[in-house]
Design a protein around this ligand. Sequence first.
Ligand code: ADP
Ligand code: MG
Length: 699
Amino acid sequence: MRPTRLDPLFAPVGTLKGVGPKLDALFKRLLGTDGPPRVVDLLFHLPSGLIDRRARPTLAEARAGEIVTVEVTIDRHRPPPPGKSRAPYRVLSSDETGDLALVWFHAHRARIEQMAPVGETRIVSGTIELFDGMRQMVHPDRVVTLEQAAGMPLIEPVYPMTEGLGGALIRRTCETALARLPKLIEWQDRHHLDRRAWPDFATALRTVHMPAAPEDFAADGPAWSRLAYDELLANQLALGLVRANLRRPAGRRNVGDGSVRARVEAGLPFRLTGSQQRAIADIAADMAADTRMLRLIQGDVGSGKTVVALMACAAAAEAGRQSALMAPTEILARQHAKTLTALASGSGLEIAVLTGREKGQERQRILARLETGETSIVVGTHALFQETVRFHDLGLAVIDEQHRFGVHQRLALAAKGEAVDLLVMTATPIPRTLVLTYFGDMDSSQLTEKPAGRKPVDTRIIALERLGEVIDAIGRAIEAGRQVYWVCPLVAESEEIDMAAAEERYATLGQRFGARVDLIHGQMKGADKDAAMLRFQRGDSQLLVATTVIEVGVDVPAASVMVIDHAERFGLAQLHQLRGRIGRGETASTCILLYKGPLGEVARKRLDIMRETEDGFRIAEEDLKLRGEGDVLGTKQSGMPGFRLAQLEHHSGLLETARNDARLVIETDPKLTGARGEALRDLLYLFGRDEAIRLIKAG
Ligand code: ADP
Ligand code: MG
């Protein structure tokens, strides 16, 4: 149960003074919450910038474009002439050094007369402009008396807004919310706070929402850093607790005698690379330990993760246990099954596929063989784990392309067997900072060497206006017997619209190349997709127009050209992934990034990076720099929480500390029952990571 001292923070925003149902709805939209927005959600909605009104020049000194606060005498009112209501209302004012016209459009006359009576002194704040050589201020932000000015903050936060909910309202509501902040027990280590001169949580929140100076608001200043650290620690602590829980000694060591692995390796048509061997050894050691394996295999597209997974499955089989491999799409599941079967021929391992497409008797037969344990490896989509699939003895779960799955699926999967070892493969090279952030101290092995014989891909950036030339070039490539992917982007949330875009391109290209063009997209039936893929694999078709369904895993080594239509709409990781589909065979490959101009600066840089490098880790790092952390992993798809207060570009330096701190806590107080542990529970609640607390209870 959440401690009652936190109640004021979890009360709905609607309970704040001045927030009725209408505003409540607007706040819900602003804060993007699922349920009613809560006070804590509002408090974690930090300003995006500041207005600095501290400049107090004389009128002669005030420069155009500057935000200033000036003291003036009101000289004269010049309302719009009768019948000319669209002309502005002007109030002329002055100080000893010059004049200033205050200007309002669609003014409310009585209000202005009351606000700025002739002959009185007023403090006025806003942006100075020059109009016809005259100093003026259009719609001043403030017109107040000297007494009122004394209480006016000169540094004002600016918040991200939503339609109908302006800055002033958000500011005022935040202030009301800040007043509700309860006194909390400090959860951070005293010495750590002192060393960094960080304030307590409540002070930190007040400081960034109501800064007295711009430094107070700096992302790397004490207040914001403290809040970011709170969030990072909550995250690391939650991950650490989940991990500690999953890692409880399972009493199931998967130790094999190496016989199946030896048979698999002997049958391979290639030699394992050094990093494949290292990854396989890491996995074997994890599996042999009596703790649960939780390992990430990171390897660029084509780095050969499948065979690593197979060796893990072989090790499980040696221990008499089954393995399940989960792929994000049906195409990929089938591809994996095929590859695995080929690689494992002669090993004696029985491999089955199970997706939504296996029906009736065939399905029954597959399920039966899984239950008796005759099938050693089953490959499928997530349906594999949602349905009533029963294993004889599941020992290992392998998840491919993890970033497409959420943390929840990962946990659900682990629950499918008893103390199942977990191996996660990702083709999106994840920058180290993000591994730490999202996976905590999950173990990780990297496949850094590309298998021998891979040729670099020549990448070109071409404007869509030159589509005709590109099509000509594709024509020549096809004549020369090459195979070409033509990838169409996701243009909308809706698959139908994407399909329409692909179909349109297909129609255009079909007019020119006839039967040599084929189409594949996500809305096609499984069997039709397979058929299209097979035709392309066999070379029956030479130009495959596709949506991003081909993004992952599809292996047609003969394909050596890829056109990516509207490349500017793709994420870098996705472009990298797509491009990895070519450059796998004997011929040198070409990738054409077709873009629709004009390109913004960031968009241009992103495409340039693609041209410069094929190093997935570098691309991921650059992507992180250009776009922030959310997009790199596609947090939207995976449901992984983004950060609200921490910004990795400023605060990634704190991650390592947060991780060590969390580890120490879990070692010394795993149930969070000590004095600091109790306070840390508050922290987990505040950042919505309290599922970790329930785990402790269950354990
Ligand atoms: P990914 O990491 O993208 O899943 P795959 O496992 O699909 O890569 O491997 C890509 C291709 O490289 C496959 O055809 C596979 O057989 C081949 N391959 C894997 N390891 C090696 C190796 N050590 N030497 C040569 N080819 C390899
Ligand atoms: Mg793969």
